[in-house]
Design a protein around this ligand. Structure first.
Ligand SMILES: Nc1ncnc2c1ncn2[C@@H]1O[C@H](COP(=O)(O)OP(=O)(O)OP(=O)(O)O)[C@@H](O)[C@H]1O
Ligand SMILES: [Mg+2]
Length: 252
C-alpha cells in the first residue's frame, strides 16, 4: 500500500504538485492521466524517492519519506518495495536479457548467482521471453526490451510497480499484450500505478483513474465513469469532449 499525504513540490519556485493526497492499494491498477505538464511524471517519481518534495509524506508500509527529511535508508527501502519502469527502459546494454534481470538481486540483495539465474529465468518466462534470454538489448524489439525492464523490476520482488507512459513506443498489438501482462501482475496482488495518454489502455486496464491538472487531482473514479461522463470541465476539455459536443451542435 502506498499512501501519499498533502504532497507538494515546486520546481524553481513554480508549484508542480499542489497538496496531493491519494492511496494505492494491493491488486489495484491506477491510471494517472491529464494534460501535459500537469505533474504526472513528477508525482510518479516522488512515489519511490526518485524526486524530493517540499511538503507532505509518502508512506509505503512502515517506510516513510518526508519533505526534506533524512532520506538515505528510507529511500532505499522504498525503492526496493516500489519498482519503476522507465519510458526508455534503461537496460544495461552490455548484459543479456537474463543478465539484466539477475543484476539487482545479485548486486543489491546479495543473492547467489545460481538462484538469481533460476529466478531470472522464471521471470522472463512470466513476461513471455524465455526464448530471448540470451539476447542483448540491441537485439530486442522495443516491446521485448520493455518486458525485460518489467521482469528486471519484478526481480526485486516489489509490492508496487510504477510505469511512466508504457505504451508510447508500442503498436496496438503490443499494447494488448501489455494489458494482458499487467493484468496478470495485478492478479498476483501487485499495486500498479500507470501514467498514460492512451485512454483505451487506461479503460481496459485500470480499476481507478486520477486526473491530474495543475498539480492537483481534479477528478477521480472508475475509468468508464471518468471517460464517459467527466464531472470537471477541465477533464472534459482534456478528453476533447467539448469539441465533439461543439461540433455536433454546430452540425445540427
Ligand atoms: N527537473 C525539472 N526542473 C524544472 N521543472 C521541471 C522539471 N521536471 C519537470 N518540470 C516541470 O514540472 C511540470 C510537471 O512536469 P511533469 O513532467 O510531471 O508533467 P507530466 O504531467 O508528466 O507531463 P507529460 O504528459 O508531458 O509527460 C512541468 O511544468 C515541467 O516543465
Ligand atoms: Mg510525463
Amino acid at each position: 500500500m502506498i499512501e501519499v499525504k498533502e504532497l507538494s513540490k515546486r520546481f524553481e519556485g513554480r508549484v508542480v504538485l499542489d497538496g496531493i493526497s491519494a492511496a494505492f492499494g494491493p491488486g489495484e491498477v491506477v491510471a494517472l492521466v491529464g494534460p501535459s505538464g500537469g505533474g504526472k511524471s513528477t508525482l510518479l517519481r516522488c512515489l519511490n524517492g526518485l524526486e524530493s518534495f517540499d511538503a507532505g509524506t509518502v508512506r509505503v508500509g512502515g517506510d516513510v519519506l518526508e519533505a526534506g527529511g533524512a532520506r538515505g535508508e528510507q529511500v532505499w527501502n522504498i525503492r526496493r518495495r516500489v519498482g519503476f519502469v522507465f519510458q526508455q527502459w534503461h537496460l544495461f546494454a552490455h548484459r543479456t536479457a537474463l543478465g539484466n534481470v539477475m543484476e539487482a538481486p545479485v548486486y543489491v540483495k546479495g543473492l547467489g548467482r545460481d538462484e538469481a539465474r533460476e529466478r531470472g529465468r522464471a521471470l522472463l518466462a512470466k513476461v513471455g521471453l524465455s526464448h530471448r534470454q540470451d539476447a542483448y538489448p540491441s537485439e530486442l524489439s522495443g516491446g521485448e526490451q520493455q518486458r525485460v525492464a518489467i521482469a528486471r523490476a519484478l526481480a526485486m520482488e516489489p509490492e508496487a510497480l510504477l510505469l511512466d507512459e508504457p505504451t508510447s513506443a508500442l503498436d496496438p498489438e503490443r499494447v494488448g499484450e501489455l494489458v494482458d501482462l499487467l493484468s496478470r501482475l495485478r492478479a498476483d496482488g501487485l499495486t500498479l500505478v500507470v501514467v498514460t495518454h492512451e485512454m483505451r489502455f487506461a479503460r481496459e486496464l485500470a480499476s481507478r483513474m486520477l486526473v491530474l491538472h495543475g498539480g492537483r487531482i481534479i477528478e477521480e473514479g472508475p475509468p468508464a465513469r471518468v471517460l464517459d461522463s467527466p464531472h470537471h470541465e477541465r477533464t472534459r476539455a482534456f478528453l476533447g469532449l467539448d469539441r465533439v459536443a461543439g461540433a455536433a451542435a454546430s452540425r445540427s
